[in-house]
Structures are given as structure tokens and as C-alpha cells.
Design a protein around this ligand. Structure first.
Ligand code: SF4
Length: 233
């Protein structure tokens, strides 16, 4: 059979063609679920990255984790929770003493202030118990929407999709969203994947952000979801 020269496509052109194809609009719901399944197979069931034994401990750890690695928080928190066993212990401590206890963690002045203020509010307004509703959680000093979602899903077993910097970066790189706004990202994902997946999907994206899709150097060549990603390089 005669080979028609015009039918030959350079490998580079073929690659471009397939990339264009992969960028055509996909149904978001299926796209999310496909990514979820692959990441679940890759990383398995994920536990909360911050060690804790009760909701209050998780709240304190979450406040401590701002601009600090989870590993650093987990190194300090066991000693802290041996010393401070309940909201009252944190609420009554002298701020200088708490600052000393968490000094090895960055932003320790602001974090001490927020921990004490949150615990006072928990005692004065919520009967000494951390509330389990988003609208109440975000009234606590140092608790934003991301931390409130962490608490909902890991402390109260409720649906929550925490959007941290990994989740923000990955959802944009993959092409799932086109916004850096964490609340908008949360709303888009929540609308398109069943709430039973919210918490673990956020955890899986964080794991993938750490393992493969780091901020400065995404390892696209070895990425398990590269065929589902618009950014892959
Ligand atoms: S293909 Fe690259 S950019 Fe996309 S998720 Fe994987 S590592 Fe990140």
C-alpha cells in the first residue's frame, strides 16, 4: 500500500493534538470522581494530618498550623495537651506562659492570643464545648473557613472540604476551577462531588500536592493523574 506523505503527523504535532483533545470540556462530575478514584488508589484512606484526641485539641493544633508544617505542630502538641487538658486550662493561662510553650512554632504571639481568646469564647458562649456548626466555628478567633471545614470533617464527622494552598494550587492546575478564591473553589467542588467525598478528596489532593505536584516543581512525568490534568508539563 502506498504511504501518503500528507497523512504523516510529526510526533510533536500528535502530542499537541492529544493535549487539545484532553482540554476539551469534560463533564466536571465525572472528572472529579475519576481523579478521586485514582488518588484514593494511590494514597489510600487518609487520616487527619494533625494528631488529636478530641475536637478541642484539633482546634488548637489547627490554629498552630497556620504557616507551619503539620509535622512541626505534631512535634509540639503532645506536650502541650499534657499540660492543657481542656478549654478552661487554655482560657486561664497567662499569655506569656503559653507563648513560651509554643515558641518553637512560628507566629507564636498571635497564635497564643487566638487560642486563649477562642477558649474563653467557648466557655462563655458555647458551654465549654467546641461548637460543631460552620457559622459558629468561624466566630472563634483564629478560625477561618478552611479550619472550620477541617474541624467539621475530622472532629465531628460532618461533610467539609478544606481548601488549603495545596488544594487551591491543584484544583487550578488540573483545570477543575479557574479561581484562586478558596470559598469559590469550595463551592464548585462541593456542588460537583457528593458530600461523602469532600473531606477525603481534600486530604487526597493535599497528599498529591506534597508527593507529586509541589508548588515549584510539579513532577508531571510520574503523576498518576497526568491524563486528567490540563497543566501537565
Ligand atoms: S500532571 Fe503535573 S500539574 Fe497536573 S497534577 Fe500532576 S504533577 Fe500536578
Amino acid at each position: 500500500m502506498e504511504v501518503n506523505d500528507n497523512a504523516y503527523l510529526h510526533p510533536q504535532a500528535l502530542l499537541l493534538f492529544f493535549r487539545m483533545l484532553s482540554k476539551t470540556k469534560r463533564p466536571l462530575k465525572k472528572w472529579l470522581l475519576d481523579i478521586y478514584r485514582i488518588l484514593e488508589d494511590t494514597y489510600g484512606v487518609q487520616e487527619c494530618f494533625l494528631k488529636h484526641e478530641d475536637p478541642l485539641q484539633l482546634m488548637v493544633s489547627a490554629i498552630l498550623s497556620a504557616q507551619c508544617t503539620d509535622a512541626n505542630v505534631n512535634r509540639v502538641s503532645p506536650g502541650l495537651f499534657r499540660k492543657y487538658k481542656c478549654a478552661k486550662d487554655f482560657a486561664e493561662v497567662n499569655i506569656k506562659e503559653l507563648q513560651k510553650d509554643i515558641k518553637s512554632i512560628g507566629l507564636y504571639r498571635a497564635k497564643s492570643k487566638n487560642i486563649i481568646a477562642s477558649c474563653r469564647k467557648i466557655i462563655n458562649e458555647f458551654d465549654g464545648k467546641l461548637p460543631s456548626e460552620m457559622e459558629k466555628l468561624v466566630t472563634l478567633p483564629g478560625i477561618g473557613r478552611k479550619t472550620a471545614n477541617v474541624l467539621l470533617c475530622h472532629a465531628f464527622n460532618k461533610p467539609g472540604f478544606p481548601v488549603d494552598t495545596h488544594v487551591q494550587r491543584l484544583t487550578n492546575r488540573i483545570g477543575l476551577v479557574k479561581t484562586e478564591n478558596p470559598v469559590k473553589i469550595e463551592m464548585i467542588i462541593n456542588k460537583n462531588i457528593s458530600e461523602e467525598y469532600w473531606c477525603s478528596f481534600s486530604q487526597l489532593l493535599i497528599s498529591h500536592g506534597r508527593a507529586r505536584c509541589q508548588a515549584r516543581k510539579p513532577n508531571c512525568g510520574n503523576c498518576e493523574i497526568r491524563n486528567l490534568c490540563e497543566k501537565r508539563v
